[in-house]
Design a protein around this ligand. Sequence first.
Ligand SMILES: [Zn+2]
Length: 387
Amino acid sequence: MLTQFNHYLPVNLIFGAGKTEELGKETAKYGRKAMIVTGQNSTKRTGLLDRAKALLEKEGLEVVIFDKAEPNPLASTAMKGAAVAKEEGCDVIVGLGGGSIMDCSKAVAFAACNEGNIFDYIYGIKKGEKALPLILVPTTCGTGSEGNCFAVLTEDETKDKKSLRDNAVIAKASIIDPELMTTMPASVLASVGFDALCHCMEAYLSKICDPITEITALEGIRLIGNNLLTIYEEKKQGMTEPSKMNMDAWSAVSLASTYGGMVIHQAGVTAPHGLEHPASGMRNITHGRGLAALTPVIYRRTIDAAPEKFAVISKCLGGTNENDCVSVIEHLLDCLDLRTTLSREGVLAEDVEWMTKNAFKVSAASIQNHPKVFTEEEVRRIYLEAL
Ligand SMILES: [Zn+2]
């Protein structure tokens, strides 16, 4: 355990069913003209975009909508959003959607205040200082972007998928409303829920996990272990009405997801995320499905390096000790209909060489944080086994 650390995470977390109603009042504290960053589909289909716009207008805010955020958002999309924000004179950004959309909105807020290519800031060539104030409203319980300073972007040309890490893009406020999560399709819930679990497990396993992060990460693992399958079953049965659903379980997974974002802010991610980013950067696969393909393969090769921690994870998920930890995770993946391989997700054998090299380029810190530091040859073998 770390005995010396800083723990800095200044975000106002507004949590609870129905809390979306506070969006207008909260945003009005930071500006008069808001840009809503969202995607092309889900917030329109569910009516959330119209509702958010009305809530902002009710408080006298002018509203501009940028609806171009895509899954695995591209740097160029964020730059386009920033150009619109500047042209329109927006002074506050509202991110409305899942992880990709929140990450894109953070990048828009940052690029609106910092000139040039955003990847220069990601690679530390330039140093940014500020961003437009951000309000985030997650509609998926997975990424935890509402609780950290990361914005994962993909560079259009190189396919490098890497996080902007800057405290300027920590949201002023994040409104986590479990009712919004209930609109996700079952398959999306499975992959984002597993992503949230991975954030908590990886932060707990990280070499730089501080004591506050450790207790938060373990509670996140426990909450997901106890509740994710319950809400997944509800979605599989086609339930859509929050009033008929187990909202305690939805709240628990939503909270665990925010915990997941907070703990990786402090402790970083480890090898599964580090190796997943090259795969989804290259082939635009779904992040949670990439993690499902890689995590068991990586953990099987890591248990010897941290047996006590794997025993704790196993117990949080209903297992008994370090030896059954991977099979407990695989059973969870089976129940979520999420057992997969990289090739089933669209990765080709010929990609392995590029992904291996790219992992050490974009994910050096994550590989270093892992309890067992893999060599290039070991990373290559992991990709081949996960294919
Ligand atoms: Zn993730």
